[in-house]
Design a protein around this ligand. Structure first.
Ligand SMILES: Cc1ncc(COP(=O)(O)O)c(C=O)c1O
Length: 416
């Protein structure tokens, strides 16, 4: 049992670690290609609050497991062993009350590559994939890069909170060209932890129209206090048999760089299709360091996760309090899960380019602009709050100063 008390207030310098979040920023060129440009660190260093990556040290048992594995100087091909599968199943049972059979698990180098392969596996060119914008950008690109077509079922923004539009969902699913529906649960970027009732309704409509569900549950362990994540495939065998679940320890424990995820596919026929898609793409085996880290996280990471969730909830409260008092033009969407706050900035009255300038040039804070998540995101910004609280407060103070046309007051620790 891990009895470490973690100090998440402590800032760790990530420079020199190839950190995408801190050392590179994402820009698009005129034709929409994604370009990673080197970040400029200076006296007014940019605070990166974009990609879903936490600035916290991993659980000590994970660090120990990685060091132990790395100490063996041979890094050849690796495949998961029974202990690995047992760790994944044990986690799902203990943490979410979901009984997973080890045979259902297909290891994957990530959830995003899985989404791409699943679109290829289940859709012929021109067929459609239903998604619910505003939503994680690779949901769009997985469809478009594989010659399929997006069937959008936008979420309804209702009094600041989001809900699914079931009437529109039913109409969209009735189109026989729709073969696949990608569910984001919990939802990135709107922060909803869907209830069992919402999930069941979504699943039953997909089942009724013969549409396979891909449940991207990568944020499933990150339900904040007061909210309970329900694994989609735990809602009964009928829904489970129609579902490919995508899960990973990578958001939960911030292990994304280790490229280790798991698809959980209870239906043997769907599983065979998934495995065939992997074979066709040439994927085989797994990263040995990733396997060691995932196994340690899923067996010994619970105490760390409980501390992280409490800390993230504190950051959520700090953000909400700051916005209510000092940034009344910005409405914080209630954050039920994930560490990605969805800020409604429409009260600032700025067009997308001016909104970006305000954040990036004015405040020197680098968020993810809402338009990356679909047209529904216009006027919104996604802010990653998984950072030491002093850093979050510095970012908010800079933003307040930029909104009010002032120079931000010098903050302790703001030097490069
Ligand atoms: C909904 C969702 N799916 C997938 C991913 C990334 O998955 P991976 O790093 O395993 O490719 C993210 C990362 O933010 C995400 O938010």
């Amino acid at each position: 049992m891990d009895t470490t008390h973690y100090d998440f207030d402590q800032e760790l310098d990530r420079r020199g670690t190839n950190s995408l979040k801190w050392e590179f920023f994402l820009e698009s060129d005129a034709v929409g290609r994604r370009l990673y440009t080197e970040a400029a660190f200076g006296a007014d260093r940019m605070l990166p609050m974009w990609v879903a990556d936490m600035d916290f040290p991993a659980p000590q048992p994970v660090v120990d497991a990685v060091l132990r594995r790395a100490a063996h100087p041979i890094y050849g091909y690796a495949v998961p062993d029974p202990d690995y599968y047992a760790a994944v199943c044990g986690w799902m049972q203990r943490r979410h009350g979901w009984a997973v059979d080890p045979d259902w698990i297909v290891v994957s180098p990530g959830v995003v590559p899985a989404l791409y392969m699943l679109v290829r596996a289940f859709c012929r060119p021109g067929e459609k994939v239903l998604i619910q914008p505003p939503v994680y950008p690779p949901f769009f690109s997985a469809v478009l890069h594989n010659d399929a077509v997006v069937a959008a079922n936008p979420l309804i923004h209702d009094g600041g909170r989001y809900r699914m539009d079931f009437a529109d969902l039913e109409a969209k699913l009735a189109d026989p060209a729709v073969k696949l529906a990608i569910l984001c649960s919990p939802h990135n970027p709107v922060g909803r932890v869907w209830t069992a009732e919402e999930l069941r309704r979504f699943g039953e409509l997909c089942l009724a129209h013969g549409v396979v569900v891909v449940a991207d549950e990568i944020h499933g362990d990150l339900a904040l206090p007061g909210h309970r994540f329900v694994p989609f495939a735990s809602l009964g065998d009928e829904l489970a048999q129609n579902t490919v679940v995508c899960t990973a320890p990578s958001k939960t424990f911030n292990l994304a760089g280790l490229k280790t995820a798991n698809l959980i596919v209870p239906n043997p026929e769907l599983r065979q299709q998934v495995v065939r898609a992997y074979v066709r793409s040439g994927f085989f085996g797994a990263n040995p360091i990733g396997l060691a880290a995932a196994r340690a996280a899923y067996t010994c990471g619970e105490a760390w996760l409980d501390q992280v969730l409490a800390y993230l909830d504190g950051n959520r409260r700090a953000l909400e309090a700051f916005a209510a008092e000092r940034l009344p033009q910005i409405a914080v969407t209630p954050l039920e899960g994930t560490y990605l706050a969805w800020l409604d900035c429409r009260g600032l009255g700025l067009d997308p380019a001016a909104l970006k300038r305000l954040w990036v040039e004015g405040a020197r804070v680098y968020p993810e602009m809402g338009t990356s998540f679909g047209a529904e995101g216009e006027g919104f910004v996604r802010l990653n709050i998984a950072c030491p609280r002093p850093l979050l407060m510095e970012a908010l103070a800079r933003l307040e100063a930029a909104v009010n046309g002032r120079q931000p007051a010098a903050c302790a620790g703001a030097e490069a």
